[in-house]
Design a protein around this ligand. Structure first.
Ligand code: ADP
Ligand code: ZN
Ligand code: ZN
Length: 726
C-alpha cells in the first residue's frame, strides 16, 4: 500500500513509572520528530512533571492512551542520545518480570534504572561516557607493554588462582563440569569447601575467553559479605583495572549507583557485584551470572514487584545465553529439587564439593538436652564450661539468639498487663540500654513506665530474653573467667541495634577479626557469611521455636541457618579439629538435628521434599498470595473474598478455576501494623502456567472489585507470586 504523506511527527510508545496509572498500565504514547529505536532513554512530560522513560516496542494499540486522539498527544521532552539503547534482552527480561510478578512494566523498568539519569545534562552524560569508553578500550594494565604473542600467557595468568593456590580435586572437577556443560549449575559445596574460589575461577575463564564478556555476581546482603567483594576486587582489579569491578546495592548513594550503572551499561565494567537489584543491571555482554548463597530469602523482594532475583537470574541466563551458577551449602529446596538427576526430571546440573579445603574438618555438632538442665537456665552448665575453656585457650566463641533487645515483653507481676503496642498486634520489646519499649513493627518507642499502667504495681518484669539480656547474662556468668593473659573476658554484641550507625558493623567485625573479642553475641546476622578465622565454638541458645512453626518453610530456614552458623567455626584448619557447634534443645532427637549432626543436607532435604510432595506444597505446587490492607479486617478480607467470588462469575477466570485452589481470606500473621489491618488470600495450583493465566485475568477483576463502593475502604492490595512467607 502506498504510504500516505508522512505525519509531521510520529507516535512512539514510552514506559514511565507513575503511580497515577494503575498496576496494569502499559506504555504511554508520545509524539517525536524521529523514531528512536526501542530501548532508547527519553525524557517525557507527564502532568506538570518530567519523567525518565524508555522507548518500548509495544504497538500503539497496546499503549495506554490508544483512545487518545493523536492531536492531544504531547511531544517527548528529549532523547538521551549519547546512551546506547537498552538491549532487546534487557527489555524481554523487564517484560517477563512484570508479567510474571503481576506489575506494570514501567514500574519494573524504571526501578531498574538509576533515577539520576533524568537529571543529568547531555554534556555531563557525554563526559561520563567518554571517560568510561576510554577505560573500556584501554589495554588492561597487565597487557600494557606486553607483546601480542603473550596474550595466551596472560589468559593463563587470568585463570590461574593467585599466590599459587592449587585447586582441590573437588574444585577441579566442578570447574571442568562448568566448562563442558551449559547449566544452569547448582554448586552444592560445604561451608569452606572453596565455592568462592570456584566462582572466581569460572569468572576468570569466561572473561579471559572474550575481551568484552561481563559477569554478574550476586550476593544476598553486601555489607554482610564484604570479604567476597574484597576477594573479587583483589583478583580482578589487578587484571582489568580498578574500574572493572563495580558494586550495585541499595546502600550506595545515587551518584555511585549512576556510575556503576553507566559502567555496566557501557561495558567498561567487566564484573558487577550486587544484591538482588543487580539482576536488572544492563550488561550488554553478559556471559555469566553467579548467585552466591542462593537459598537466602533476601533474594526475594518484599515490596513493589515482589520478584525473586534468583529465579530471574535463571530466566535471564536462558534469555541471553549466559551461564548461570547458583551456590550454597544448604540450597533452597526448589533448587535442590531442580538439580535432581536428569532422568528424574532435573534441569540443573548439580556440582558437589562435600569437603572443606585442606585438612579442615566440619565442626562437631553437640546437642544439650535442656530437659536435663537446671530449670529456666539460659546458658546450660556444659555450654558455659565449653565457652570458658575456649577463653582460657585464647580462642573465640559465638553465641546467637534470634531476638534483639533485652526482653520481648514486659509484664506486670500483679495483673494481666503486657507491653502490647497500641497500634499493632504485637508486643513492644524492652530495650534496657535506653529504658525504652520499642515496637519492632511500627517503630513506636516510649520510656518504660515506672509502674504498671493498668494497676499501678511498680513491679513490672521482663519476660523471655533477647541478645541484650543474653550479653548481660554471659558477662555475669563469665566474671570469674580470665583470658590467658589474666585480663577479663571481652564480650561484644552485634545485632541491628548495635550496627545502626554507618561503619559500626565494619568496626565491630574488625574487632572480632583482630582477636580483640572473646565472646561474640548476636542475632542470625553474625551467623551468615563472615569468614571468622579464630572462632572454635558456635552456640545456638534456643533454636527450637522454628521446629513447630506454622510456616512450612521454617525447618528449611532453621537448618540452613544452623549449617551456616556451624560453618563459622573452625574455618582455620589449624583449629578445625577442636571446633564445635552447640545446640541447646528440648528435642535433641528431632530428625532435623540428627541430620545437622551428620552435616547431612541431602537426607534433610529428601525428608522435607517428601513431606512437601505429600502435602502438595512447593516445589510440587505453585502459590500466589493476594494481600490487602484496610482500617478493618472486615473490609480487608471482604475485598479479597468478593474478588474471589467475582472470579467464579467471569468467563475468562472461571474457566481456569478447575486448575486451582482458592483459600478464604485470613488475617496475616501479624494482623495489624500501625493501625492498618492486613489480610491475605492464598491461591494454589499444581500448574505454574494455569496459575499465571489465572492471575493475569484476575488482575482485572481485582481492579474492578476494588472500585466497588463496598471496597472503598481498601487502602492497598498487591499480588505476591511464589511468596516466601505465608
Ligand atoms: P566457601 O565459599 O565454600 O565457604 P571459600 O572459597 O571461602 O569457601 O574457601 C574457604 C577458604 O579456603 C578461603 O580462605 C580460601 O582462600 C581457601 N581456599 C579455597 N580454595 C583453596 C585451595 N584450592 N587451596 C587452598 N586454600 C583454598
Ligand atoms: Zn498491673
Ligand atoms: Zn507497633
Amino acid at each position: 500500500m502506498p504510504q500516505a504523506s508522512a505525519p509531521p511527527t510520529s507516535q512512539i510508545q514510552v514506559l514511565v513509572h507513575t503511580p497515577a496509572y494503575s498496576q496494569m498500565a502499559s506504555a504511554l504514547s508520545y509524539l517525536s520528530s524521529e523514531v528512536p529505536p526501542p530501548g532508547t532513554l527519553v525524557r517525557v512530560p507527564l502532568g506538570q512533571r518530567e519523567l525518565l522513560g524508555v522507548v518500548w516496542d509495544d504497538s500503539p494499540a497496546q499503549a495506554q492512551q490508544s483512545t487518545v486522539e493523536p492531536a492531544k498527544l504531547r511531544p517527548i521532552a528529549g532523547v538521551l542520545t549519547s546512551l546506547p539503547p537498552l538491549s532487546s534482552h534487557w527489555r524481554s527480561l523487564i517484560s517477563f518480570a512484570a508479567s510474571y510478578y503481576q506489575r506494570a512494566k514501567g514500574e519494573v523498568a524504571l526501578a531498574a534504572l538509576p533515577p539520576q539519569l533524568r537529571d543529568l545534562s547531555q554534556v555531563q552524560l557525554g563526559r561520563k561516557l567518554k571517560k568510561l569508553a576510554k577505560i573500556a578500550n584501554q589495554p588492561t594494565p597487565a597487557t600494557t607493554g606486553v607483546a601480542a604473542d603473550t596474550t595466551a600467557a596472560l589468559q593463563q595468568a587470568a585463570v590461574a588462582a593467585p599466590h599459587g593456590v592449587v585447586l582441590s580435586a573437588e574444585q577441579t572437577v566442578a570447574i571442568d563440569q562448568f566448562r563442558n556443560h551449559n547449566g544452569p549449575f547448582l554448586l552444592f559445596g560445604a561451608t569452606g569447601s572453596g565455592k568462592t574460589e570456584v566462582f572466581m575461577h569460572c569468572t576468570a575463564e569466561l572473561l579471559a575467553a572474550s575481551p568484552q564478556a561481563q559477569a554478574l555476581v550476586m550476593v544476598p546482603e553486601i555489607n554482610l559479605t564484604p570479604q567476597l567483594e574484597e576477594r573479587f576486587k583483589a583478583r580482578f582489579c589487578s587484571l582489568y583495572g580498578m574500574e572493572a569491578v563495580v558494586s550495585m546495592h541499595s546502600g550506595m548513594t545515587p551518584a555511585q549507583r549512576l556510575n556503576s550503572w553507566l559502567a555496566a551499561h557501557s561495558g567498561a565494567a567487566r564484573i558487577v557485584l550486587g544484591t538482588r537489584m543487580a539482576v536488572f543491571a544492563s550488561m550488554p555482554q553478559l556471559k555469566l551470572i553467579i548467585v552466591d548463597e542462593e537459598h537466602d530469602p533476601s533474594y526475594k523482594s518484599g515490596e513493589g514487584a515482589r520478584y525473586s532475583a534468583r529465579d530471574l537470574a535463571i530466566y535471564r541466563g536462558h534469555l541471553e545465553g549466559a551461564k548461570v551458577m547458583l551456590g550454597s551449602a544448604t540450597p533452597s529446596l526448589e533448587s535442590w529439587h531442580h538439580s535432581r538427576p536428569a532422568p528424574e526430571g532435573g534441569r540443573y546440573h548439580r556440582l558437589e564439593m562435600p569437603s572443606r579445603v585442606g585438612s579442615g574438618q566440619l565442626p562437631l555438632v553437640r546437642r544439650v538436652d535442656m530437659n536435663h538442665q537446671p530449670k529456666a537456665c539460659i546458658i546450660s552448665p556444659p555450654l558455659l564450661a565449653a565457652i570458658a575453656e575456649r577463653i582460657a585457650r585464647g580462642e573465640q566463641s559465638m553465641v546467637f539468639l534470634n531476638r534483639r533487645g533485652y526482653a520481648p515483653v514486659l509484664q506486670c507481676t500483679d495483673c494481666d498487663w503486657k507491653s502490647e503496642c497500641p497500634h499493632c498486634s504485637a508486643y513492644r520489646v524492652y530495650h534496657k540500654i535506653d529504658r525504652t519499649l520499642r515496637c519492632h513493627h511500627c517503630g513506636l518507642s516510649e520510656r518504660v513506665p515506672r509502674a504498671c499502667p493498668a494497676c499501678g504495681n511498680p513491679d513490672i518484669a521482663p519476660m523471655g530474653r533477647g541478645t541484650e539480656r543474653l550479653e548481660e547474662h554471659l558477662a555475669e556468668l563469665l566474671v570469674q573467667v580470665h583470658r590467658p593473659d589474666g585480663q577479663p573476658v571481652r564480650i561484644v554484641r552485634i545485632d541491628a541495634d548495635t550496627t545502626r550507625l554507618k561503619g559500626a558493623l565494619e568496626s565491630q567485625l574488625a574487632q572480632v577479626h583482630a582477636g580483640d573479642v572473646d565472646v561474640l553475641v548476636g542475632t542470625q546476622m553474625i551467623a551468615k557469611g563472615h569468614d571468622f578465622r579464630r572462632i572454635t565454638l558456635v552456640a545456638a541458645v534456643n533454636p527450637d521455636n522454628a521446629l513447630f512453626s506454622s510456616d512450612f518453610r521454617a525447618p528449611e530456614r532453621l537448618f540452613s541457618l544452623l549449617m551456616q552458623a556451624a560453618g563459622r567455626a573452625g574455618r582455620d584448619s589449624a583449629v578445625a579439629g577442636s571446633s564445635e557447634m552447640w545446640l541447646q534443645t528440648f528435642h535433641p532427637t528431632h530428625p532435623l538435628y540428627e541430620s545437622l549432626k551428620k552435616h547431612d543436607y541431602p537426607t534433610f532435604a529428601a525428608s522435607q521434599l517428601k513431606e512437601r510432595q505429600q502435602a502438595a506444597m512447593p516445589p510440587f505446587s505453585f502459590q500466589a498470595l493476594v494481600r490487602s490492607e484496610a482500617r478493618t479486617q472486615e473490609t480487608a478480607q471482604g475485598f479479597l473474598n468478593a474478588a474471589s467470588q467475582a472470579a467464579g462469575e467471569q468467563n475468562d477466570t472461571a474457566a481456569l478455576l478447575a486448575h486451582l485452589t482458592r483459600y478464604p481470606a485470613v488475617p496475616m500473621g501479624i494482623a495489624r501494623i500501625a493501625n492498618i489491618e492486613r489480610a491475605q488470600m492464598l491461591i494454589e495450583s499444581p500448574s505454574r502456567a494455569a496459575l499465571q493465566k489465572f492471575l493475569n485475568a484476575w488482575q482485572i477483576v481485582l481492579h474492578q472489585t476494588r472500585a466497588l463502593p463496598e471496597c472503598k475502604g481498601v487502602l492497598r492490595w498487591a499480588i505476591d507470586v511464589d511468596p516466601l512467607n505465608i
